[in-house]
Design a protein around this ligand. Structure first.
Ligand code: PXG
Length: 458
């Protein structure tokens, strides 16, 4: 990168010297220099070289209302002037936390009306681990403490979240992980369905839950947890019958159902929560990211009557919480974000207008591309595999990192599209317009062409 009239090289040098990045091979990054992002507006980002990029990932699946929203900026400023911090321990509350809890309860499905605050998706997931185990202990069943999750699930990066998630690369670096966690197969039909129909595969994946429950003993299983649609795993849409089967099994063995809505929540799928789009009735739900459109860190866990009543009657403290649980400035921003979503009817816009437009345009532009396997998604979340052979679904050999090649072409041509192995994923801000969707799809097509050229030259 040439940097004659700005400070890119200086910033990159500082970064290389002192900043350790998440999920990064630091040695490789520092040889190259990190891309320095300096400003953002609407659905666009700019780097320190003045390069403009369409942000097809809404930051990291979170800037749902887009960049530069004055309402959110003002909410943080005003709250910081009035009360920048107070805690919610020791029988204390403050107005933003109380109001935000109510606002969340109003949009969550079913009886999920009681809200616990944390600061990140990972902390919310850790809270689910502790809450579900505490629930069963309060019912006189402390042994009912196993959580069942799925391979290739992402539930965060704390020790609890990484253990619960099903990412083998993360488990490898955290041994020994938290105990009492089991993983079953993921419902990835395109990649793992073999000769089965989608329906048969959906049944088989749900059956895997029942088999595991019986293996470890139903009396030992506290909860099953899943993302309604797996996000970081590559946007894996489960077969249509999957969740209804999973719910039947949870009911049959009296196992709590936890939905991790950190990515699917707050309009992403065309409902307030992915659970509503996929017809899931969870007992407990984690949320983060879109809750504040990423402007400030905040997350929450919503619980239904069953768990709430147990906490109310436990007769002792639930010994869990964070200094910044319900942080006033973050809560004020999240509250303003929910108000803004309502004022702009953003959930309806995703459900009835821009979501269907995006899904259709994506298929129209990319489905016939020689590299593109089946495209899946709903609302403003989508993903597709990059394949060597469309007919056989054959993938590229592991020494060709086709996802990385594609991502680099995207960066260089003004589009942020994330690679998950050989799957490409998209999750643009919910405020994206039709013209911007057209631009996103045209750029994606151009970058797939460049990727094909690159792999053909290898
Ligand atoms: N649950 C789910 C479903 C998530 O997607 C978390 C929990 C953890 O949230 P925090 O706020 O602790 O990061 C997530 C986060 C990626 C990527 O590369 C995805 C996430 C985080 C970082 C990177 O796709 N999802």
């Amino acid at each position: 990168m040439a940097a004659e009239n700005n400070n890119t090289l200086e910033w990159q040098a500082l970064d290389a010297k002192h900043h350790l990045h998440p999920f990064t091979d630091t040695g490789a990054l520092n040889k190259k220099g990190a891309r320095v992002i300096t400003k953002a507006e609407g659905v666009y980002l700019w780097d320190s070289e003045g390069k403009k990029m369409l942000d097809g990932m809404a930051g990291l699946w979170c800037v749902n209302m887009g960049y530069g929203r004055q309402e959110l900026i003002d909410a943080a400023y005003e709250q910081m002037k009035t009360l920048p911090f107070y805690n919610t321990f020791f029988q204390t509350t403050h107005v933003p936390a109380a109001k935000l809890a109510q606002a969340i309860a109003e949009v969550t499905p079913g009886d999920l009306n009681r809200i616990f605050f944390a600061n990140s998706g990972s902390e919310a997931v850790d809270t689910i681990i502790r809450l579900t185990r505490t629930y069963w202990a309060s019912q006189g069943k402390p042994y009912k403490n196993i959580l069942i999750s799925r391979e290739n699930a992402y539930h965060g990066s704390t020790v609890g979240g990484a253990s619960l998630g099903g990412m083998s690369g993360m488990h490898k670096q955290g041994i020994p992980m938290v105990g009492g966690i089991e993983h079953i197969r993921q419902p990835y039909w395109y990649g793992e369905g073999g000769d089965m129909t989608e329906e048969e595969f959906g049944l088989a994946c749900a059956k895997a839950l029942e088999e595991r429950i019986l293996e470890v003993g139903p009396d030992n299983v506290a909860a099953f947890i899943g993302e309604p649609i797996q996000g970081a795993g590559g946007v894996i849409m489960p077969p249509a019958n999957y969740w209804s089967e999973i719910q039947k099994i949870c009911k049959k063995y009296d196992i709590l159902l936890a939905a991790d809505e950190v990515i699917c929540g707050f309009g992403r799928t065309g409902s307030w929560f992915g659970s509503q789009t996929l017809d899931i009735n969870p007992d407990i739900m984690s949320m983060a990211k879109g809750l504040s459109s990423g402007y400030l860190p905040i997350s929450a866990v919503a619980v239904g009557d069953r768990i709430a009543k147990a906490l109310d009657t436990m007769g002792e403290d639930f010994n869990h919480g964070f200094t910044y649980s319900g942080h006033p400035a973050a809560a004020a921003v999240a509250l303003a974000n929910i108000e803004l979503m309502k004022k702009e009817n953003i959930v309806e816009y995703v459900a009835n207008d821009i979501g269907p437009y995006f899904q259709e345009k994506l298929r129209e532009t990319l489905q016939d591309h020689p590299l593109v396997g089946h495209i899946n998604g709903v609302g403003l979340i989508a993903g597709f595999a990059l394949v060597k052979d469309k007919a056989t679904k054959e993938l590229f050999p592991s020494d060709i990192d086709v996802g990385y090649i594609c991502r680099e072409h995207c960066f260089n041509n003004g589009l942020i599209m994330r690679a998950v192995g050989s799957r490409m994923v998209l999750s643009p801000p919910l405020v994206i317009t039709r013209e911007e969707v057209d631009e996103l799809c045209a750029k994606a097509k151009q970058c797939l062409d460049l990727t094909l050229e690159s792999v053909n030259q290898l």
